[in-house]
Design a protein around this ligand. Structure first.
Ligand code: C2E
Ligand code: CA
Ligand code: CA
Length: 626
């Protein structure tokens, strides 16, 4: 902040007052009702009869004040006024409207001249302090003319846009005591301009939106996305070696080629998305509701593939490729300008990497996406390539210590990455839709393995737990598929327990309920997996098909030391007992945890301490020896 100012004192020099009055220490005094000076000026008549809206202002007090400020040591007047809006307000209050003509009254829908005389009229103060400041600075910097378009309201509240033009009357440059202001109503003009600029929103060569429109949409989408908690992606696309096309075939062919590129790009997009030509061979795509980064990655890949197909342009066959740079703005933190910059940088990197490829902004993001895409692609081949298998983890009945069941856990041995955790690839499968065939495969493999385990156990009761994904259960044929697999593998429905997470049950669709009920009526049971980590609504526990709660292993980790964990575990056990549900605790890694569960009457437990997930062969040996 600037140093405090001495309060400037100055003479009140209203020329139409005979008496000269000085300002008291109390600050500004009430302004006397202004009366018009005698129309002595030569151009008075011209002024009054002008069809243009004109008024005359006196800035001289304002100038005195500014001079005082300067004298008191302010050298950067511009900076000072910007930082001190109070001073600007004060300056505005010192400007006096001396006269207005009839055209002004009409333009401003003002019924009496008196309302405009005296101080700067309030309607032009409220909205336009910034503009007043600009006027002031223009005058202070020695300009004699200042022009600015201003949106304002008339006295009757009509919105008008006016071009305000300020001119220091000749001979008054030093004192600022006569300033003419002309107002031109440009409301219509602006409306026409807006319409013209709408026409100019499209790129003339390709008919795609231009850069201006793209920026505008991105801006609006950023706001919309924040409201809906969605992401937005910007993809910058650049034709590789476009210069060669121009050089080899000439510019007209180059232009025709760009038109075809534009056509292909716009056909390759959803109607929600925008493709624009930013200039030259550079295009930009705005992907709304971007969702998972994979969907953006596959869009980038699709755009690249689309442009790899040869083009037939005016008798020539042109083969080309494109590079794409991608930036994703997460919901709530979308900065349009930054997004464009990031996509640009990513495009630059994509070009460096070699052409015909895309890149995400940020090293980590790019790495992550690349790996997920590889996994997503490879997972579809994993079944045929024999890379998947199922392991079984024993579930132990605590009172007897016997193996009461087994949980089937899916494994993937990737040729390059080795063993990939299901925690990593299941979400990818859920995202790319492959989870449905994958789920069917797991169930069949689990049932086949289970039959061998049952044989090894030599009869006796043994149950098979299989994990389900929400996506699977929403498929209409799901119940039918499960029953079919049970029948063909010979596993009795009563032996099967399907594990689902709480989140799956939060918004049950009609289809989901129908599937669960059909399976339940056939004797299949259900367990709530990772119980306690999801939503706290327990509504779904009322359904008859819920058979078991599986306490999430995070609650077991410190159950012996942490009183709240202990309280949660015992409460879930009690809840299960009350509701007639079985309770199984997951993640038992130590004797102490087992002790605890035993003491509190938990039915079953599962964990590394009791047996790691393992092959059918190994688990068979254990079951045979029990
Ligand atoms: P989950 O259903 O909660 O499975 C238990 C996970 O805990 C398994 O990890 C298991 O290996 C691990 N585990 C078992 N005992 C212990 C222990 O004492 N300590 C610790 N730290 N971990 C233990 P896994 O096999 O990596 O599976 C991870 C998740 O992947 C599973 O969590 C399940 O949600 C999902 N999943 C696995 N197989 C399938 C499947 O076939 N279908 C579906 N939809 N999801 C599956
Ligand atoms: Ca499970
Ligand atoms: Ca679990």
């Amino acid at each position: 902040m600037s140093k405090p100012l001495p309060s400037p004192r100055f003479a009140n020099r209203r020329r139409w007052h005979s008496e000269r009055r000085t300002r008291g220490e109390s600050g500004l005094q009430a302004v006397p009702e202004p009366s018009l000076p005698p129309a002595a000026d030569r151009y008075r008549g011209l002024f009054e009869n002008s069809p243009i809206s004109l008024w005359e202002e006196d800035f001289s007090e304002c100038k005195t004040y500014l001079d005082e400020l300067t004298r008191s040591g302010i050298d950067d007047l511009r900076g000072y006024l910007r930082e001190n809006p109070d001073e600007v307000q004060r300056c505005a209050s010192l400007v006096v409207v001396v006269d207005v003509n009839a055209a002004t009254l009409e333009l401003l829908e003002c019924d009496s001249k008196e309302r405009l005389l005296g101080r700067l009229p309030i309607i032009f103060r409220k909205a336009s302090y910034d503009i007043f400041l600009e006027e002031l600075l223009a005058l202070a910097e020695g300009k004699t003319v200042f022009e600015k378009d201003v949106v304002n309201h008339t006295f009757r509240g009509k919105k008008i846009e006016v071009r305000v033009r300020l001119t220091l009357a000749p001979g008054h440059e030093q004192s600022w005591s006569k300033v003419f202001v002309s107002l031109t109503d440009i409301t219509e003009l602006k409306r026409t301009q807006a319409e013209l600029s709408k026409l100019a929103q499209l790129d003339t060569l390709t008919g795609l939106p231009n850069r201006y429109t793209f920026d505008d949409r991105l801006e609006r989408e950023a706001i919309r996305a924040a409201r809906r908690d969605q992401s937005v992606a910007v993809l910058m696309l650049d034709i590789d070696h476009f210069k060669d096309v121009n050089d080899l075939f000439g510019h007209p062919v180059g232009d025709a080629f760009l038109v075809k590129v534009a056509e292909r790009l716009s056909h390759g997009l959803r109607s929600l998305d925008t493709v624009a030509r930013l200039g030259g061979d550079e295009f930009a795509v705005l992907q709304t509701e971007a969702g998972q980064p994979e969907s953006t990655a596959s869009l980038a890949q699709r755009l690249i593939s689309i442009l790899e197909q040869p083009f037939e342009v005016e008798g020539y066959t042109i083969t080309s490729s494109a590079s794409v740079g991608v930036a994703i703005g997460k919901a709530g933190e979308i900065d349009p300008r930054q997004l464009i910059r990031q996509a640009d940088m990513a495009l630059y990197r994509a070009k460096q990497r070699g052409r015909g490829t895309f890149r995400f902004y940020g090293e980590e993001m790019d790495q992550e996406i690349r790996e997920r895409l590889t996994l997503s692609r490879d997972l579809r081949l994993a079944i045929d390539n024999d890379e998947l298998f199922v392991e079984f983890q024993p579930q132990i009945e605590l009172v007897s210590g016997r193996v009461a069941g087994v949980e089937a856990l899916l494994r993937w041995r990737h040729p390059e990455y080795g063993l990939v955790s299901p925690g990593r690839f299941i979400p990818i499968a859920e995202n790319n839709g492959f989870i449905v065939p994958l789920g069917d495969w797991v169930l069949r493999a689990a049932c086949e393995g289970f039959q061998r385990l049952r044989k090894a156990a030599g009869g006796g009761e043994l149950k098979l737990a299989v994990n389900l994904s929400a996506v699977q259960v929403r498929v209409p044929q799901f119940a039918g598929t499960v029953l079919g697999i049970l029948e063909s593998t010979g596993v009795p429905p009563q032996a099967l327990e399907l594990e689902m997470t709480e989140s799956l049950l939060m918004q049950p669709t009609a289809q989901l309920k129908a599937n669960l009920e059909q399976l339940h009526s056939n004797g299949i049971r259900f367990a709530i997996d990772d119980f306690g980590t999801g939503y706290s609504s327990m509504n779904y526990l009322r359904h008859s098909w819920v058979h078991r709660l599986k306490i999430d292993r995070s609650f077991l980790q410190q159950v012996e030391e942490d009183p709240s964990d202990a309280a949660i575990v015992t409460a879930v056990i009690a809840l299960g007992n009350k509701l007639g549900l079985k309770v199984l605790a997951e993640g038992v890694e130590r004797e102490g945890q087992l002790e605890f569960l035993h003491r509190h009457g938990c039915d079953e437990a599962q964990g590394y301490y009791l047996g790691r997930p393992t092959s059918v062969a190994e688990l068979s040996r254990r079951l045979a020896g029990r």
